[in-house]
Write a protein that binds this ligand. Structure first.
Ligand SMILES: C[S@@+](CC[C@H](N)C(=O)[O-])C[C@H]1O[C@@H](n2cnc3c(N)ncnc32)[C@H](O)[C@@H]1O
Length: 492
């Protein structure tokens, strides 16, 4: 039986899943994270990548725009999703992407082997026979020296979600249509959340849901909490399933497994006893912290692993693009470094402040590990220890190749071609840091399409004034550039 042997409309054709383009799914960031774990996959500029269950393929389109000499292939069971991707592909003019409909269970096991394989949001949300076929496909199509990333919800942290998913699904199954099911599921979440007392094991998840639901994309909730198939896996079981196909787990795209400074001596001793066995270490971390809800595990071929030459964090460069503020509390003075709205790190130790100050001063440029050691005068060990933490909490980005963007563009600003194409037809685009940039105001969208490198800032002001029949001053254009630059839209 194939995954599509059913007359009813495929659920992803019925309810579109907006692809959440994520930096961690690019070859560039996968390569950087693998190097941090001691593996060095192929350089990304000419690499090939396959995405299994790619949805609309926007992730691949963003990657392909950043690496024109690379080759990107994606398939998905949803013909509607693939259709949306093919439309954008035609508009973008990109020739290095191939998107086509396909079923994991029937996809050819022979043919081109890929340097990078990604399957995001699929493994834990399909029936068991599809999960098996997905790993078979990775094993068949991963090139020697290649790296795959497969994501899934992780046990034990995801255990309460299994119960919640089942409860919500069973109690909404009688309703006709996703909208009615969603309405009822939201109502049920509210009813469940209210009486949970402090000791409730469901409370943290229900509290989070109640807080997040008003801002949540309904399609994500539908395909997750109301998914017909929902099967989180423990790191241990996932690694065992991969091993049966000759694949070995070597790290996680989230890079949290690099850091164990939050654990006590006994816990760290348990981890140390796991030695080089990454899967065992990661499994122990999941049991010790109980907080890892989502894993993006890197897999390599046992028979041809990539070279083990990388020196981990010492082989990477670092960039910090956030802000900072100083303060003082009962424990003394501190500096709070922030990146985006949710990520922050409070730094008190002078050595750690020195590292962050060096990165802050270099912003928006990156510093190599060696430069950081030289600028701070600290030992390699001290710098490595702090970076493992700063990278794990996503305050600092570790990278193996230079950033493709500038925060402050030149006199004739150039917004990346894909951004100009996407803003020309819609209200969102994929930035040069591979994130979603959503902008409703018409002037911003038009402004970005005009930034094609042919106009000076003064000419941009004149063109905007003419288009909107109002006085757009040079100062306003400068302010717009200053606002858009940190969102990584301007090409280097
Ligand atoms: C949660 S979405 C994730 C989409 C995309 N990978 C992302 O990260 O946004 C799951 C995707 O798996 C696809 N899928 C489910 N079963 C499949 C199968 N048997 N073969 C190919 N794709 C499948 C769905 O159509 C859907 O696009």
């Amino acid at each position: 039986m194939s995954a599509a042997d059913d007359d009813s409309l495929f659920v992803y054709d019925e309810v579109a899943y907006p692809t959440p383009v994520l930096p961690a799914q690019t070859p560039s960031r996968m390569r950087s994270a693998c190097i941090a774990f001691g593996y060095e996959p192929k350089a990304c500029d000419t690499a090939s990548m396959l995405e299994i269950g790619c949805g609309d393929g926007f992730n691949l389109i963003g990657c392909a725009a950043a690496e024109p000499a690379g080759r990107y292939v994606g398939f998905d069971l949803s013909t509607a999703a693939i259709g949306r991707g093919q439309e954008m592909l035609a508009l973008s003019g990109l020739t290095n992407v191939d998107l086509h409909p396909g079923d994991i269970t029937a996809y050819p096991k022979t043919g081109e082997r890929f340097d990078y394989i990604v399957s995001h949001g699929v493994y834990g949300w399909v029936p068991e026979f599809v999960r098996e076929a997905l790993l078979d496909l990775v094993a068949a199509r991963l090139a020697p020296g290649g790296v795959a990333m497969v994501s899934y919800d992780a046990l034990p942290a995801a255990a309460p979600k299994v119960a919640l998913n089942r409860f919500l699904r069973e109690r909404t199954a009688h309703l006709v249509g996703p909208e009615a099911q969603l309405r009822e599921a939201y109502r049920l979440v509210g009813i469940l959340a209210a009486p949970q007392h402090a000791g409730s094991r469901l409370k943290p998840m229900l509290d989070l849901l109640t807080k997040e639901l008003p801002h949540f994309e309904p399609a994500y909730f539908f395909h997750d909490f109301l998914a017909e198939h929902y099967a989180p896996a423990s790191m241990q079981d996932f690694a065992a399933a991969a091993a049966r196909r000759g694949l070995r787990a070597i790290g996680d795209a989230g890079m949290t497994d690099l850091f164990s400074g939050d654990l006590d001596d006994e816990a760290r001793a348990l981890i140390a006893a796991a030695g080089d066995d990454y899967a065992e270490r990661a499994h122990l971390l999941d049991m010790l912290r109980g907080a890892m809800m989502f894993r993006r595990t890197f897999l390599v071929r046992e028979d041809a692993p990539p070279p083990l030459s990388a020196r981990g964090l010492k082989d990477l460069s670092y960039v910090f693009l956030g802000g900072s503020e100083t303060g003082s509390d009962e424990r003394g003075p501190y500096t709070k470094y922030t990146e985006g709205e949710e990520t922050y790190l409070i730094v008190r130790e002078p050595d750690e402040r020195a590292i962050m100050a060096a990165l802050d001063e270099a912003e928006p440029n990156e510093l190599s590990f060696a430069e950081l050691v030289a600028r701070t005068g600290l030992s390699e060990d001290a710098v490595e220890r702090f970076l493992a933490r700063a990278v794990a909490v996503k305050l600092v980005v570790a990278q193996a190749s230079p950033q493709p963007f500038v925060v402050v563009p030149g006199e004739r600003p150039v917004a990346a071609p894909l951004i100009r194409t996407m803003m020309g037809v819609g209200n969102w685009a994929i930035t040069l840091r591979h994130a979603r940039l959503v902008t409703e105001p018409e002037p911003t969208r038009l402004f970005l399409t005009l930034c094609d490198g042919t106009r000076t800032r003064a000419e941009l002001a004149a063109e905007m004034s003419a288009r909107f029949d109002t006085d757009v001053t040079l100062a306003l254009v400068e302010a717009a550039i200053a606002d858009l630059g940190p969102r990584r839209v301007f090409s280097a």
